[in-house]
Design a protein around this ligand. Structure first.
Ligand SMILES: *Cc1c(COP(=O)(O)O)cnc(C)c1O
Length: 354
């Protein structure tokens, strides 16, 4: 059978998240905030009335409407997806043709280059500097000279936790014409969103997800927000029933609880601050061994020559974090007690090796 299949498929390996369960999970940038009893109760009641036999609303109007309301935008500019991951795949697959050139940044969310390969696009990679910063002028220059059709990046960035300021994004939009997809999966933890600019720039698409700040990773729901014309194209290209009916009602129920969302985001921000300051203290005490990057997200990224070793040491204590390569670790902000345990063990590790 293999000779019937294209090489791009044969080269793939499955996405490999941590499936084993550990005592403490700080590896996937999920929220640790539980849903309040009364919201759970409301969801249970709507499930009792739910029509499992009927196809869901293809436009997920309830979920999109709640999102629109939460962010103060027009719901005509919103398309829901089966996770923003589906929207990334759809945008790269439907808006480009084999051989078209896109730009991604490195390091950045790996799915952009994954789908770029799957759709046989040419990927011009912009390498960030040592501190994970982006020289926006350099990016603009390359976008204007390399025949690039689309640029996609996360802001703030997963996995670096570093962000590009709104002024720089506006400079990019003012000086280029390519389709610009900005993945604001973590922008709820920072204040440099450009969501308000979608009417101004018709080549701008913003992605948001319910998986991080809203704590709904399991439901699989994300949104693409763009001007009217772009939104029409996105809606034309999507598969009809891409967001399942249960997800639609639960997302609607949760996103319409503005106070719960605001509190949950604050709680996660406080945890991220705690994690960051705890790690900074460790950096201070062992400053030739680890570098902590400032975080605009719900996780903290660190560079260390001991990445592999720290990762394994923590696993031996049943604490799971994310190892991105042999120098970079990413740690999601968790419950207070989880952060305390994590910090104690990283400190313990450095205490042992010197
Ligand atoms: C987690 C993450 C996503 C994935 O979102 P889903 O809606 O769960 O598919 C998208 N982009 C970035 C940058 C992420 O970190």
């Amino acid at each position: 059978m293999e000779k019937l299949l294209p090489e791009k498929l044969l080269g793939l390996t499955p996405y490999d998240p941590v499936e084993q369960r550990f005592r403490i999970h700080l590896d996937a940038n999920e929220s640790f905030v539980p849903l309040p009893e009364e919201i759970l109760h409301e969801i249970c009641n709507s499930i009792k009335k739910f029509e499992f036999n009927r196809y869901p609303d293809p436009m997920a109007k309830g979920a999109c409407g709640a999102f629109a309301e939460l962010f103060g935008i027009n719901s005509d500019y919103i398309t829901a997806g089966n996770g923003s991951d589906e929207l990334i795949s759809m945008l790269l697959g439907a808006f480009l043709q084999k051989g078209d050139k896109i730009m991604t940044f490195s390091p950045d969310f790996t799915m952009y280059s994954f789908y770029s390969g799957l759709f046989e696009l040419e990927n011009s990679v912009y390498i960030k500097d040592e501190d994970f910063n982006v020289d926006i002028n350099e990016v603009i220059k390359r976008l204007n000279t390399e025949n690039i059709k689309l640029v996609i990046f996360s802001n703030p960035c997963n996995p670096t936790a570093v962000g590009i300021e709104r002024n720089d994004i506006i400079k990019l939009l003012d000086n280029t014409q390519v389709i610009t997809v900005i993945d604001e999966a973590y922008m709820d933890f920072w204040n440099q969103s450009v969501l308000d600019l979608i009417e101004e720039y018709e080549n701008l698409i913003i992605l948001k997800t319910c998986s991080k700040a809203f704590g709904l990773a399991s439901l699989r729901c994300g949104f693409a927000i763009s001007g009217k014309k772009m939104t029409d194209h996105i809606r034309n290209a999507k598969s009809p029933y891409n967001v399942n009916g249960l997800t639609q009602i639960i997302v609607k129920a949760i996103l319409s609880k503005k106070e719960f969302i605001a509190n949950a985001v604050n709680e996660v921000k406080e945890s991220a601050n705690m994690l960051y300051s705890g790690l900074k203290e460790i950096e201070n005490d062992y400053n030739d061994k680890v570098i902590i990057y400032p975080s605009k997200t719900n996780f903290v990224t660190l560079k260390t020559d001991y990445a592999e070793d720290i990762f394994k040491y923590l696993l031996s204590k049943s604490i799971c974090i994310r190892k991105l390569n042999d120098k970079i670790l990413r740690i999601t902000a968790g419950r207070k007690q989880e952060n305390i345990e994590l910090l104690k063990n990283i400190r313990g590790y450095f205490g042992k090796i010197i």
